[in-house]
Design a protein around this ligand. Structure first.
Ligand code: TXE
Length: 481
């Protein structure tokens, strides 16, 4: 059985107390490895390594840092086959998706911040008439913590680590205990790329032990977290009295608003993807589909037909569209929402059942599921299901669509399908979300601010926003004669 280790000070190490937890392959429902459940002492060791590395790393030239980050990016691409296979096995996602999206994006995260750090600048203000000039010194924070979830494992892990180290910080990072494998490989890649020891330290383990120890550590200056809203609220509660900087990217219940004047074929194809990509386990998936009444029946029929053509199957087969859900526990959670649909006034239009995949009978498979609902206040429309389940609802007017879209506690992203410019602008201004996609979905430009409003999070990642998060602005005011 594979047993992975922590990556501390450039070396692979067993956890101090020798405690391990099982790691499952969701496509077959079996344990295939073990990972450390790192303790407070392991986190302390990782912190020390990071703190020791900080003086030298924060003084490394931008050119040197940029070169190392680029090298990491290149190595990720060189190893794409191994990494994609590992990600698919660990998470249950189709290997085709890991190869087309997850791993290339992990490389892009490093390449992007390798470039961005060479362009990052700060402000200067001449205090005219006062014989003074002010400038802003942006200095790295020191040792920072990065905690990431299981849905896009290497993609989201590197989305935090790359800007943190690019801006001169040293990192204690924890991937999700449910999908730790590609993070383990990242340690090897960092050594191969010549990242100085201690700049990145990776500790594995449960959120309640390892994650908690990172958040509680008195000298870890900032926490960048992506995960569930409940966990985010807990982390904020622990970190706030210690005055840590926090970036929280949390859940979503994103509307997909479809107007009759859209490019129908493009919308239909993209909506299948935005509903079910990665088994619906992307915080950006559009899980509430709101359709203008005049095309509602046609959309319903066409959407069901397209979704029925999706192949649920073994993630390692290239023809699979929908792989396994990440864990048994998560499968049961998602299924429990399907089971309450009738009580919540919903009608299952397609799917709703677990799928038995031949040869992988114990894997965690679920049909893509479409549920028609009448009331936006039902639990299916209010709570994050985070699986291959979408709801359908019709609306009559722009005002009604906007009220429905904004009528949830979350506010991460919205997709809007229309060719009307005035409507596009009105919705863009009035939607309570961090991201508005118009006639597209998940088209990402890494320079843009990324994050959510309301209970979808606090702060923004991406581009210079991430570099600002990982640096402390200091105002220097120089008086001259
Ligand atoms: O996430 P957790 P879970 C949503 C989705 C899902 C729900 C719960 O709705 O069903 O969250 O998923 C670490 N201190 N999203 O329970 O627990 C944990 O080890 C410090 C949306 O799997 O939030 C992991 O590394 N860390 C989301 C990370 O937090 C702690 C993606 C996320 O796990 C901790 C995933 C603690 N006390 C789930 N407790 C998105 N926004 O994309 C846990 N962790």
């Amino acid at each position: 059985m594979n047993k992975i280790q922590n990556y501390i000070n450039g070396k692979f190490e067993n956890p101090i107390h020798g405690v391990y937890i099982d790691n499952y392959n969701p496509s077959i429902g079996e344990i295939y490895g073990q990972i450390p459940n790192s303790s407070k002492e392991d986190v302390e060791k990782a912190y020390q390594a990071a703190a020791d590395a900080f003086p030298a790393w924060s003084n490394t030239t931008l050119d040197e840092r940029s070169k190392i980050l680029s090298k990491i990016a290149n190595l990720i691409i060189e190893k794409i086959d191994v990494l994609a296979a590992a990600e698919s096995k660990d998470n249950g996602k189709p290997i085709s998706l890991a190869k087309a999206v997850d791993i290339p994006r992990a490389a892009s995260n490093f390449q992007f911040f390798a470039n961005a750090i060479t362009q990052f600048s700060s402000e200067a203000h001449e205090s005219v008439g006062l014989n003074a000039v002010n400038f802003t010194l942006r200095q790295p924070l020191g040792v920072v913590g990065c905690i990431s979830p299981w849905n896009l494992p290497l993609y989201l892990f590197t989305w935090k680590i790359a800007p943190a180290i690019a801006s001169g910080n040293c990192v204690v990072a924890k991937p999700s205990e449910i999908t730790p494998i590609t993070a383990y490989f990242l340690g090897e890649i960092c050594n191969e790329a010549g990242l100085p020891k201690g700049v990145l330290n990776i500790v594995h383990g449960l959120g309640t032990t390892t994650g908690q120890a990172i958040v509680e550590h008195p000298n870890i200056k900032a926490i960048s977290f992506t995960g569930g809203t409940k966990t985010g609220a807990h982390i904020a509660k622990v970190a706030a009295p210690m005055f840590k900087k926090l970036s929280l990217e949390l859940g979503g219940k994103n509307p997909n608003i479809i107007f009759a004047d859209c490019d129908y074929d493009d919308m239909l194809q993209t909506t299948v993807r935005s509903s079910f990509a990665n088994q619906g386990q992307i915080c950006l998936c559009g899980s509430r589909i709101l359709v203008e009444e005049t095309i509602y029946e046609k959309f319903k029929e066409d959407f069901i037909k397209k979704v029925s053509e999706l192949k649920v199957g073994n993630p390692s087969e290239n023809t699979t569209d929908i792989g396994a859900l990440v864990s048994k526990q998560h499968l049961e959670k998602v299924k429990s929402y399907i089971d309450i649909s009738e009580n919540e006034g919903g009608k299952i239009l397609f799917g709703g059942n677990k799928v038995v995949v031949s040869g992988n009978e114990n894997g965690y498979y679920l049909q893509p599921t479409i549920i028609e609902v009448q009331d936006n206040n039902c639990r299916l429309n209010q709570e994050e299901i985070f699986g291959p389940v979408v709801t359908l609802m019709s609306f009559k007017t722009d005002e009604e669509a906007l009220t429905l879209a904004n009528g949830v506690k979350y506010g991460l992203s919205t997709t809007l399908w229309t060719n009307n410019l005035n409507r596009t602008m009105q919705f863009s201004k009035q939607l309570q979300t961090g991201i508005v996609w118009v006639n597209t979905w998940m088209l990402r430009d890494l320079r843009t601010p990324f994050g959510g409003a309301k209970e979808s999070g606090v702060g923004r990642e991406g581009g210079f926003e991430a570099l600002r998060f990982f640096t402390e602005p200091k105002n220097v005011c120089i008086k001259y004669d």
